[in-house]
Design a protein around this ligand. Sequence first.
Ligand code: PMP
Length: 444
Amino acid sequence: SKEQMMEIRKQNCMTMKITYYKKPVFIHQGYMQWLWDVDGKRYLDLFAGVATVSVGHCHPKVTAATQRQLKKLWHTTNIYIHPELHEYCDKLASYLPDPLKVIYLTNSGSEANELAMLMARLHTGNFDIITFRGSYHGGSQQTMGLTAKSSCKFPIATSSGCIHTMCPDVFRGPWGGSYCRDSPVQTIRECSCAQGVCIANKHYIEQLEETFATSAPSQIAAFFGEPIQGMGGAVQYPKNYLKEAYKLVRQTGGICIADEVQTGFGRTGSHFWGFQGHDVIPDMVTMAKGIGNGFPVGAVVTTPEIAVSFVKASHFNTFGGNPLACAVASSVLDTIREDSTQQNSLHVGTYLMTQMAKLRDKYEVIGDVRGKGLQIGMEMVKDKGSREPLPPEAMSEILEDVKDTGVLIGKGGVHGQTFRIQPPMCITREDVDFFLAVFNKAIS
Ligand code: PMP
């Protein structure tokens, strides 16, 4: 019963600080974009287990591939050569540009980023790693250091050597944290000048140069950046910002790492990888979440040159690249292609953005609507003039109301002020219309 589950949760499950709903949701079944609770109530899932279920819950093709592999071989160590690992690495590599061709499989995003940090330090011989404010890169001790969000860190256990440079948040301004509004939002969004750098962008890039010059001398091993910040609240960067950051990092001898844990596998719609939307090629890419449609898989992909440094120590993980995980991940890649998942992300995501923008114009409490494809954020404010974040109680009231009417959405942002829409990428325009009706009612 629900009461028994709550009792066990209290006694035997480690308490989590994150609380989404006052009235808990008891989920027990899923299919494509839908979830059902233990009472049979159906929910439209617009959060996908934190942007993870990429092609759909229990997608029939992925389920069938998993069942085939379950009967064949679940596990063997990478000491032995098994076809699933090699087939998958070959397939995944074909989705990445040269020279990103060497793959190491992990079990999560944190593990992938942890290894990426290690490889960057081994390769460069430097220690410091730069990330943006508002970033989230994982919950292991090292990646907690990378993660900027203070509520996700335990100060006593957070590793050193991580520098959080300025926040590129266009809506709140480069200094973040406060309710800064000195950023000329429209100018930056609409920048299309020939050089690709308008006055406003220049202002941002000068700030970036200054930050690099003052806070990161010659010790830089790497720069980590999510192509669009996920937990940070779908934060996008001004045009050319990431490209300029890459240039500055490379000038110092550091390497550039794209954290594609949320943005990869077609989520941004226009490209398969988020970094492609910034016209950059990283030296290393980390991925997880959508790679396995909910099955625990992660990966680090890098260049042959950087990969060589990693052989200096004998690193080993038991489960990374196991046959079952490889079969699942391989089927996810096939499904993305066969179902035109990326195209759907672009098509439905563009429709959702357009409709959300209409709601933003209608309501004083929707400050900003942003994102790409099916990685969308709605920043909630007390009023558009002050841009002060909507208080947590009001955020939870909306979240609860939307859930009670049958839609699950996410939350993020430095002040917990941004609703996040990152659904399984199989959702339809009809689903969007349903959500809009529900959200409209909750807000009004
Ligand atoms: N990077 C990003 C961008 C993430 O959003 C997350 C998880 N929210 C991670 C890394 C860590 O992944 P995991 O939870 O699988 O360890």
